[in-house]
Design a protein around this ligand. Structure first.
Ligand code: COA
Length: 252
């Protein structure tokens, strides 16, 4: 589930489903979207802080939901969440412990300050699931880290550590696991005390040159993702996950 706490003008949004490594369901995307929209409108919120409960950030989209409730319609929950995040006018801080898989990694490219544990693990498993990247990563990653690094992370889909994530430009600070949340909260508190309109105008201008392209790409990625999710490669990958075995793509 998603839990939220508003304290001292910081809205903390937590992925709160530790027994499933904080895998995100459609219901959770919609709750996180609602929290972001509230943060955007509500003058009492100056900063948003994302974290995960139970030692992990998130293991990404819930794979059971991929089978039972795949993205459908004009505005599937995952797209609604990503658009709300991309458009959030207030600074977004992320505290990353443990696993940050799939959207757990791609959403970091939308955050304004990311603190990660030195033992955090990142993974962009899209191709291994028979689908394509989401979260605007096909646009943002090459711009942030160059084609070679973006291609390595998105095509090989290997697990990688904080050092590589930091070098790729996804992180601001890498600290010991116990220090992640305190540092993220300290940064959020610092941002919350600053002149709010100056902060928002600055953030808006940082994103001005690419926000509309990003919005279009987010929708295009989900369109392609959905088509692939309907196909045989994704079926094999998801069946393999359920059967706790490696997928076999040799027949395609
Ligand atoms: N969707 C649904 N369930 C998930 C999940 C996900 N993304 N990630 C983890 N879980 C569930 C597992 O099925 C398991 O459930 P169970 O206890 O009922 O069997 C539980 O969470 C714990 O995960 P487990 O696999 O036992 O932990 P681990 O530490 O061995 O491995 C991962 C963690 C994240 C590496 C592994 O669970 C994994 O690969 N998950 C899928 C990640 C993924 O592909 N996400 C989609 C991104 S688009």
């Amino acid at each position: 589930m998603i839990s939220t706490v508003l304290d001292q003008r910081i809205l903390t949004i937590a992925f709160d489903r530790a027994d499933k490594k904080n895998a995100i369901t459609n219901e959770m995307y919609l709750a996180a979207e609602a929290a972001l929209l509230n943060a955007s409108e509500n003058d009492d919120v100056r900063v948003v802080l994302f974290k995960g409960e139970g030692g992990d950030f998130t293991s990404g989209n819930d794979l059971v939901d991929f089978i039972k409730n795949p993205p459908s319609g004009d505005m599937p929950p995952v797209l609604a969440f990503l658009l709300a995040l991309a458009r959030c006018p207030k600074p977004v801080v992320a505290a990353v412990n443990g696993l940050a898989v799939g959207i757990g990694t791609t959403m970091l490219a939308h955050c304004d300050f990311v603190v990660a544990a030195d033992n955090a693990r990142f993974k962009l498993p899209f191709v291994d699931l028979g689908v394509c990247p989401e979260g605007g990563s096909s646009l943002l990653f090459p711009n942030m880290m160059g084609h070679a690094q973006a291609a390595e992370l998105l095509l090989l889909a290997d697990i990688f550590g904080a050092e590589k994530a930091n070098k790729a430009g996804l992180l601001n600070e890498v600290v010991a696991a116990d220090d992640v949340l305190p540092l993220a909260e300290k940064v959020a508190a610092k941002l919350a005390k600053k002149a709010p309109n100056a902060i928002r105008k600055t953030k808006a201008m940082l994103k001005q040159s690419y926000l509309s392209e990003l919005e279009a790409r987010l929708a295009e990625e989900i369109f392609n993702f959905r088509a692939l999710l309907d196909g045989p490669e994704a079926k094999e990958a998801l069946t393999a996950f359920m059967e706790k075995r490696a997928p076999d793509f040799s027949k395609f």
